[in-house]
Design a binder for this molecule. Structure first.
Ligand SMILES: [Fe+2]
Length: 339
């Protein structure tokens, strides 16, 4: 028996036949202050592959990814931001269904020019998060783990986590377009975090209550905990600051995955983790946890920065979350030890 304690709260029903078919987390766009330094970080530490680049933009993908890019880095002279998070839909026709649905919802969707993505639709969720949808990309060679894989540790983009001030409304929004819920964290009968998925694992999108919307992190899959340690060694060997490793290595409380969270040279957070469990069977209910059940089973508390800091989305109003977070932090732990 699991020791998970269920605290039933009302969650949106599963929509098995949504108005259009999103298939997975696909890509995201970050602006950076020094393109060469950021490229050195993502290629040298994570081992991402360069699909294309010019003086202003670098297109990157994980070693196992056949589609053109999962991370776009764009040079900026301003503050580093996230332009959008992106999801794939199954076919071109789904884009038209998505457009019609979004118009019907009053979401003001619009088509944008996005190289290597075909037609791309932009809209915003109820918190204002810029989301883009595309149906295809050029196919490139995968770099399978046959020896060369040892250099290319991040295999594929897996999910986004967003600090979200309207978690109930956004959970309902994503559920209505077919996202299913694997796990929720509940505090005093209210959602603190919601893990939403389309591809059959734990998450494509995690909503965590907080001021925002802001991108908390994007996560790439690595093979095993050894590769997580190799990523950390790369941080040191490539000359990035020790505090680039913000949290972990550690083990997640809910799914048991090993993880590490890094801050890139602009402060954008990226997670490396070694896998999730399967969720796709229709009868599986969302699992509900209290925060202490969801916390890592060992290790010191997390730095307050992990809870409080994130990347602003471009041209997006920041909204204050309705409930303050009250999690144990490393700073509180240290203060307690000094007394
Ligand atoms: Fe994550």
């Amino acid at each position: 028996m699991s020791d998970t304690e269920f605290q039933p709260i009302s969650l949106p029903p599963t929509v098995f036949y949504p108005p259009f078919n999103i298939t997975r987390a696909s890509h995201y766009i970050q602006t950076v202050r020094d393109l060469d330094v950021s490229k050195a970080f993502y290629c040298g530490v994570l081992g991402l592959l360069v699909s294309d680049e010019d003086a202003q933009t670098v297109y990157l993908r994980g070693a196992e990814e056949a589609c053109h890019h999962s991370l776009i880095l764009r040079q900026t002279t301003g503050a580093p931001e996230c332009e959008a998070i992106g999801f794939r839909v199954l076919t071109e026709a789904e884009l038209d269904l998505a457009y019609d649905w979004a118009v019907g919802q009053g979401l003001d969707p619009h088509w944008i020019e996005a190289p290597y993505q075909g037609r791309t639709l932009r809209l915003r969720d109820p918190a204002g998060t810029p989301v883009e949808l595309c149906a295809h990309m050029p196919v490139l060679a995968r770099r399978m783990d046959n020896g060369g894989g040892r250099l290319h540790l991040a295999k594929r983009l897996d999910h986004f986590q967003v600090l979200n001030p309207k978690i109930d409304a956004c959970t309902a929004f994503y559920a209505a377009i077919g996202f299913r819920i694997s796990d929720v964290i509940v505090v005093e009968g209210a959602l603190e975090a919601c893990f939403l998925w389309r591809k059959g694992s734990v998450s494509d999108l995690v909503l965590m209550e907080g001021d925002g919307p802001r991108l908390h992190h994007a996560a790439f899959f690595v093979r095993n905990v050894g590769d997580i340690l190799r990523v950390c060694d790369n941080v040191g060997e490539k000359g990035f600051a020790p505090m680039t490793v913000e949290e972990g290595p550690g083990r997640h409380g809910m799914d048991g995955a090993y993880y590490v969270y890094l801050r890139d040279p602009d402060g954008h957070r990226v997670e490396l983790f070694d896998g999730h469990y399967q969720t796709i069977d229709a009868e599986l209910p969302p699992l509900q946890y209290r925060p202490e059940q969801a916390a890592p089973p060992w290790g010191r508390p997390t730095l307050s920065s992990w809870f409080e800091e994130g990347t602003a989305f471009s041209d997006t109003q920041k909204i204050t979350a309705p409930r303050p977070r009250n999690a144990p932090t490393m700073e509180g732990y240290v203060r307690g030890k000094s007394r």
